[in-house]
Design a binder for this molecule. Structure first.
Ligand code: ADP
Ligand code: ZN
Length: 731
C-alpha cells in the first residue's frame, strides 16, 4: 500500500490502537473517508481510543457489527516509512505493536482541535479621538503588520497598558482574531556560513555532504577526540540536509541537552531548533509532534524518544556521544536508540552519523568490517591539546582512614587553584556513602523491598534505595541488633567527597554535580552554566559531568577510584571504564590551557588502566575485540536476556526451569540457554527476579526463535516476563 491510498466512507479499514490487542481491528472509514496512516479516534467498548489506519480491514468479522471510525484527527497521516519502521522495530525488540505505537504518539492532546489564542492586528477604523498611547499601538501594528502578537506583546511593544489596546478593539481600530497556538518553528537558514574548518574537518564535512547528496542510506562513524570539532563538522552535514529540503534529527544523551548546544545551533542557523526532551512542556511537545509531521520543523534536537517522531522527510540522524549507555531504554520498550536510528535511516534512505571520542565496540567493529564509513579527527581544535594522563599509585600514598583524596592529588588541585583554574574530582557514586554498617553487629542496612543496600544521602537526610527509590530517615539504632549510635557510613559517594574537599581546601568554592541533587533538569543546567563561567574552583561530580559539557577553565581531572568499573561480571566492564575515563579526562584543557588527568588506582598494571594511560586506543579496541570474539559475545555473537519476576519466588523459578527445559526452538538455531539463575539484583520492589541468558552466533535469527520459545507460556498470577535483545546491563 502506498502513502496516498485513500479509503472511502464505509470501506473497511484496519486500525492499530495503543490498547494491548494483538492486531489491528476492523472499522468502517468515517464520513468523508480517510487516508492510509490517518490518526483516528475509534470506539472500543465504551471508550474512545487513539489509533492509526494501518491498512485494509481483514474482513473476517461480522460486517453488521463493525463500528465506524469516529473521526480522523487534524494531523498529517503517518507515513509508510514510519509504519514500517515501527513494525520492524517491534520485531527486532519483540515488542507488541500497540506499545510501539505509544512510543510514536507520545504527545498529549493529539486529538484536541488546535487550541486557539487571541492575536491582534490593525483594523480599518480610525478612532475620532487619538491619544499618544493609541498612536503608539497603531504604529506598532502598522510597522509589524505581517506578524501576529498577543495582547501582552502589543501592550509591551507600544509601552501601554492592555486596556488601551482593548479600547481600540472596541472602536474597531484594532482587530482581535483567533489564531492556532501550534505555531510553526522559525526557519533555520542553512545558507549562513559556518566556521572556517581546518583541513581535516573540511575533509570530513565534505565526505558527509557527499553522502547526503547520494540520497541513499549510509552510516558514518565520526570519531574524534573531545574538542576536535565533531560538532562543527556534523553541523555542516545538517546544513546540507536542510538545503536539500529534508529534515534532520540530532540525538543527544538527555543530560547533554544544554542551552550551550542549542545556542550553538542558533548561532549557526539563525534560529533555535525544536527541542524534544522530558523537560519540554506538554504544549511544546504537541507543537513539535505536529510540526514535525507537517514538515514544518526542519531540525529536531532531542533525547532518544525523538526517533519516533512522525518526520515527513528525514534525511539525517546524528547520534552524538553514540557510545552513551543512556541510549538504551531500560524500562518499557527495551530499545537502543543508536541501533534504531540506523534501522530507521536504512528504511527511509537517510544518513546516520555516529559521533564519539570513544565509540562503542559495536560501532568500531561495524566500521572495521566496512559496514560503516569511518571519519577521524585526530587533533584538538586550535591551541587545545589532549590532557596528559597519569596514574597515582594508591599503594604508595599515605592515606588516612575515611579519606579518599591522596596527597599527590591534593597538591595538584592546589597548584591549579593558585593559577585560577578549575579542578574536577570525579567519583561515579551518588549519595554520601554506599554502605551503612553497624559497628556492633556488622549488619549492613538494606532495602526492605529490594536486594540492594540503602545508600546514605546526607543532602536529603535519608537513606535511599537506588533500585526502587524508596527512602527512609537515617536511623540511629541498628535495625538488626538494636545497638544505639553504632551505625557508620562506609566508602565514599559524591557528597562525602564534597565534605572532604571542603575540609581540605577551605578557601575553595566547591560545587557538587550529581543528578539527584537538583529538583529539575533546568536547575541542573543552570548550575552547569554557572560553573562553566567560573562559578566554582572545585567541581565534585558523578558520571553526569562526563557528558559533553564544556568547562573552559577546567584543567585538572582527578579520578578518585579508577578501579571502580573494573570489578563485576559485565562483559562491557573494560569498555565502559575505558570510555568513561577517557571522556572524563577529556573534560580537562578544552580551551587554550593545557590539562592533566590523574587516575587514583590500586592496580596501575591492570591492562585497562594501562590502555587508558597509554592512549593507544586502537590497540585497546583490538585486544578487547579479540577477547569478545574468542568468547563469542557481542558484537561477535548475539545475546538476549530474559528476566522473569514475581512475588512468589518458587513460581518464578518454576517458570524459569520450564523455559530452560523446553529450549527446542533455540537449539534449532544453534543457540544456548544459560540459567535460570537469580538476577544480580535478585529482588526489586518486592518482586523476585530470575534471569536466563540466550547466546547465539552472530547471524542467528534469535528474535523468531525466542518468540516461538515463549509463545506457549501463559503467565499466571503476577508473573512477568521481559525480553531484552542485545542487553546492555545485566542487573
Ligand atoms: P567536539 O564535538 O569534537 O567535542 P566541538 O565541535 O565542540 O568538538 O569543538 C570544540 C571547540 O572548538 C568548540 O568551542 C568549537 O566551536 C571550536 N572549534 C572547533 N572547530 C573550529 C573551527 N574550525 N573554527 C573555530 N572554532 C572551532
Ligand atoms: Zn528498594
Amino acid at each position: 500500500m502506498q502513502d496516498d491510498a485513500f479509503f472511502n466512507e464505509g470501506e473497511l479499514v484496519g486500525v492499530l490502537t495503543t490498547q494491548p490487542l494483538d492486531r489491528p481491528l476492523d472499522y468502517k472509514a468515517p464520513e468523508g473517508g480517510c487516508h492510509l496512516g490517518a490518526f483516528v479516534e475509534v470506539p472500543l467498548g465504551p471508550r474512545k481510543v487513539l489509533g492509526v489506519v494501518w491498512g485494509k480491514g481483514a474482513g473476517d468479522y461480522d460486517r453488521s457489527k463493525i463500528r465506524s471510525v469516529i473521526r480522523a484527527l487534524d494531523a498529517a497521516p503517518m507515513r509508510d516509512e514510519l509504519r514500517e519502521f515501527l513494525g520492524r522495530a517491534a520485531e527486532y525488540t519483540l515488542t507488541p505493536m500497540p506499545a510501539m505505537l505509544r512510543l510514536a504518539t507520545r504527545a498529549p492532546g493529539l486529538g484536541d482541535p488546535p487550541s486557539m489564542r487571541k492575536i491582534y492586528r490593525l483594523g480599518d477604523v480610525i478612532p475620532d479621538r487619538m491619544t499618544d498611547a493609541r498612536t503608539r499601538v497603531l504604529e506598532v501594528l502598522r510597522d509589524y503588520g505581517g506578524l501576529s502578537f498577543t495582547l501582552k506583546e502589543v501592550a509591551e511593544m507600544a509601552g501601554v497598558t492592555s486596556s488601551v489596546v482593548k479600547g481600540l478593539v472596541k472602536l474597531g481600530a484594532v482587530r482581535e482574531e483567533d489564531s492556532p497556538r501550534d505555531l510553526p518553528f522559525p526557519r533555520l537558514d542553512p545558507a549562513r556560513p559556518g566556521k572556517d574548518l581546518t583541513g581535516d574537518q573540511e575533509a570530513a564535512a565534505a565526505a558527509l555532504r557527499d553522502g547526503l547528496r547520494s540520497e541513499r542510506y549510509g552510516t558514518t562513524l565520526l570519531k574524534g577526540v573531545t574538542g576536535s570539532g565533531k560538532t562543527e563538522v556534523y553541523l555542516e552535514a545538517v546544513a546540507e540536509c536542510l538545503k536539500m529540503g529534508r529534515q534532520a534529527l540530532v540525538l543527544l544523551p538527555e543530560i547533554a541537552l544544554t542551552g550551550e548546544f542549542l545556542a550553538r545551533v542558533e548561532a549557526r542557523f539563525g534560529a533555535r531548533p525544536a527541542e524534544w526532551h522530558s523537560g519540554a512542556t506538554m504544549t511544546e511537545r504537541r507543537r513539535i509532534w505536529k510540526m514535525v509531521g507537517q514538515g514544518e520543523a526542519q531540525l529536531v534536537v532531542g533525547a532518544r524518544s525523538s526517533l519516533f517522531l512522525p518526520f515527513q522527510n528525514l534525511g539525517l540522524i546524528i547520534v552524538d556521544e553514540e557510545h552513551d549507555t543512556s541510549y538504551k531504554q531500560e524500562d518499557g520498550v527495551l530499545y537502543n536508540a543508536r541501533d534504531m536510528a540506523v534501522l530507521r535511516a536504512a528504511m527511509g534512505g537517510a544518513r546516520v552519523v555516529l559521533a564519539s571520542a570513544t565509540p562503542s565496540l559495536e560501532s568500531w567493529a561495524n566500521a572495521e568490517a566496512g559496514k560503516y564509513d569511518k571519519l577521524e579527527l585526530t587533533a584538538r581544535f586550535g591551541e587545545a591539546v589532549l590532557p596528559e594522563m597519569r596514574a597515582i599509585d594508591m599503594r604508595s600514598e599515605a592515606m588516612e582512614a575515611g579519606r579518599w583524596i591522596s596527597p599527590t592529588l591534593k597538591q595538584a588541585v592546589e597548584a591549579r587553584m593558585e593559577k585560577g583554574e578549575q579542578a574536577l574530582l570525579f567519583i561515579n557514586r551518588r549519595g554520601y556513602a554506599p554502605v551503612t554498617l553497624c559497628r556492633a553487629c556488622g549488619h549492613q542496612i538494606g532495602c526492605e523491598e529490594c536486594d540492594a543496600r540503602m545508600v546514605e544521602h546526607r543532602f536529603l537526610k535519608r537513606l535511599m534505595c537506588h533500585q526502587c527509590g524508596e527512602t527512609v530517615p537515617i536511623p540511629t539504632v541498628c535495625p538488626s541488633c538494636g545497638a544505639e549510635d553504632r551505625l557508620a557510613p562506609v566508602g565514599p559517594g559524591v557528597e562525602r567527597l564534597t565534605e572532604e574537599a571542603v575540609a581540605l581546601f577551605p578557601e575553595a568554592r566547591v560545587a557538587t554535580l550529581s543528578s539527584d541533587m537538583f529538583g529539575s533538569a533546568r536547575a541542573l543546567k543552570a548550575e552547569i552554566e554557572q560553573i562553566a563561567q567560573g562559578g566554582a574552583d572545585i567541581i565534585i561530580g558523578t558520571q553526569l559531568v562526563a557528558k559533553g559539557h564544556n568547562f573552559p577553565l577546567l584543567t585538572l581531572v582527578g579520578v578518585i577510584d579508577a578501579d571502580l568499573g573494573l570489578q563485576g561480571s559485565d562483559l562491557r566492564a573494560a569498555e565502559r571504564t575505558f570510555q568513561l575515563m577517557r571522556q572524563v579526562a577529556g573534560r580537562a584543557g578544552r580551551a587554550e590551557k593545557s590539562g592533566q588527568a590523574l587516575l587514583q588506582t590500586y592496580q596501575p598494571e591492570h591492562p585497562v588502566i594501562r590502555a587508558i594511560l597509554g592512549g593507544d586506543e586502537e590497540a585497546f579496541w583490538k585486544a578487547e575485540a579479540a577477547e569478545r570474539q574468542a568468547a563469542g559475545v557481542p558484537p561477535y555473537g548475539r545475546m538476549a536476556g530474559i528476566v522473569l519476576s514475581g512475588t512468589d519466588v518458587g513460581a518464578v523459578f518454576d517458570l524459569g526451569n520450564a523455559l530452560a527445559r523446553n529450549d527446542g526452538p533455540l537449539r534449532h538455531i544453534g543457540a544456548q540457554v544459560f540459567g535460570p539463575a537469580p538476577a544480580p539484583i535478585a529482588r526489586i520492589r518486592g518482586r523476585h527476579r530470575v534471569r536466563l541468558l540466550v547466546k547465539a552466533a552472530k547471524g542467528a535469527p534469535i528474535q523468531g526463535a525466542i518468540a516461538r520459545w515463549i509463545a506457549p507460556i501463559r503467565l499466571k498470577g503476577d508473573l512477568r516476563l521481559s525480553v531484552d535483545i542485545d542487553p546492555q546491563s545485566f542487573y
